[in-house]
Design a protein around this ligand. Structure first.
Ligand SMILES: [Zn+2]
Length: 447
């Protein structure tokens, strides 16, 4: 039997020099399109002295000014509701979505055409097929199908592959678990947090998903946790399935990275459709392989929203494609998206990344839910980890307490952590975009 590992065998294995040539061609075409049709881009580029004719090689991308979320928001406010960024008239759009706006910010509004949606599904198809989805798979989406774009594209990609798709927007966790078992579901798509929640709901119903379901793949997205080894191991044990990480953003409408079936500890960049630059977070210096950087994305597929050199604030470490033996020539992000630069907290002079804390806390399998609480006692910042144990694991507390009191400081230059036990079900539960860090320190006031 011939197996086909790639959704797009030609582009996914293009030699690097040919890939760079393809990126150059697409970049030039994208910039010409944006210059002719997007008031936002033309104005900014004119002011910066940039013109698409200057793109002689793909490296000339550095001549283009960066754009930020704030720039986009300003453009949206200037000409509501959609702003000056869209490169086509709204009559051509078929769908409207919003960013999830988890941080209380005004959401960004996006429009897409039929062609844009074909591309959005195509990108998900690269990832889903690459992780092993095939036409005989039965896929349940544990997703709300709301204005947040989330798994919409993955749904269409599964239809494109030929899977049987089971939408479950609005269903309870219990109803979803029941469907998974009764319908012979093989693949579940959800956030990592919600995949754990469904497993818990199943346990309460007396169902062991690893034993009683036919799920062999869980596709996660929406949170950095999908690539944290301890979270992945727990999910894999809970579901008796392989867990594949993907990451996308509303600003793109789809995913730009995915884990292939080989699971090399990182996610491949879909480089024939995106240019992913790694840039120093505090400036414009390109950062080499193996170092922490901010990812800056240029997306080729969306006609309505030409996203060019967009600063994402995502923290990544890029590795060469050769670190994976699958044959793809797209480079890798080690451990996927490792967090956000603005998630980093400074506690008594030490940098703390929520994801790093999570990766240590989740090593303890007795932990059900947790929260990172930042407070200020007089002049001193305090960091407290509140832990809820799984039912029946109460006797593990003293061992767990001792372990966290050692492992967390060891990973943070000796910083002291307070470790406290929380009452069962006292911490918030999340379905989408878990927010486990609560910063209660007073904001400095300046007069
Ligand atoms: Zn690979």
């Amino acid at each position: 039997m011939i197996t086909r590992d790639f959704w797009n065998p030609k582009n996914e294995t293009l030699p690097r020099d040919e890939l760079r040539r393809l990126q150059h061609l697409k970049l030039k075409r994208l910039c010409e399109w944006a210059h002719a049709r997007s008031v936002f881009h033309r104005r900014r580029w004119d002011a910066a002295g940039f013109h698409p004719d200057q793109l002689k090689t793909v490296d000339d991308i550095r001549r283009i000014p960066f754009m930020t979320r704030e720039d986009w928001m300003d453009a949206q406010m200037e000409d509501p509701p959609f702003g000056t960024l869209p490169a086509a008239h709204r009559d051509l759009a078929i769908r409207y979505h919003l960013t999830s706006g988890t941080t209380g910010r005004t959401p960004l509004r996006v429009l897409d055409s039929t062609k844009d949606w074909e591309w959005i599904a195509e990108m998900w198809a690269y990832g889903l097929w690459g992780f092993g989805l095939r036409p005989n798979d039965v896929v349940l989406f544990a997703f709300s199908y709301g204005t947040f774009i989330g798994f919409w594209g993955a749904h269409y990609a599964c239809e494109k592959i030929g899977c049987l798709v089971l939408p479950s927007g609005g269903a309870t966790s219990e109803a979803r678990v029941k469907t998974i078992v009764e319908m012979g579901v093989t693949t579940v798509c959800s956030t990592p947090t919600y995949a754990l929640r469904m497993w818990q709901a199943a346990s309460e119903m007396g169902i062991d998903l690893a034993r009683d379901s036919t799920v062999d793949k869980v596709i996660v997205s929406g949170e950095p946790a999908g690539s944290i080894p301890a979270v992945k191991r727990q999910l894999e044990a809970a579901w008796g399935a392989k867990v594949g990480d993907t990451a996308g953003m509303t600003e793109i409408g789809t995913i730009m990275i995915f884990e292939c079936a080989r699971q090399p500890g990182g996610t491949h960049v879909i480089e024939d459709n995106f240019i992913e630059e790694t840039i120093a977070h505090d400036g414009d210096r390109p950062v080499p392989y193996g170092e922490r950087a901010e990812r800056v994305v240029t997306s080729f597929g969306r006609g309505f929203i030409p996203l060019i050199r967009y600063r994402t604030k995502d923290l990544v470490v890029k590795l060469p494609h050769s670190e994976c033996g699958c044959g793809r020539t797209g480079d890798l992000y080690q451990g996927g998206i490792q967090g956000r630069w603005d998630d980093m907290k400074l506690i008594r002079g030490t940098n703390v990344y929520p994801r790093a804390v999570e990766s240590i806390v989740r090593e303890c399998t007795s932990v059900d839910e947790f929260q990172i609480l930042l407070t200020r006692d007089g002049m001193q910042d305090e960091i407290t980890i509140l832990i809820e144990l799984k039912p029946g694991r109460e006797e593990h507390w003293s061992v767990l307490h001792g372990r966290l009191c050692k492992d967390l400081p060891d990973a943070h230059e000796g910083l002291r952590f307070n470790i406290e036990l929380a009452q069962p079900n006292s911490l918030p539960r999340f379905e989408l975009k878990a927010k486990r860090l609560v910063d209660k320190r007073p904001v400095a006031e300046f007069s």
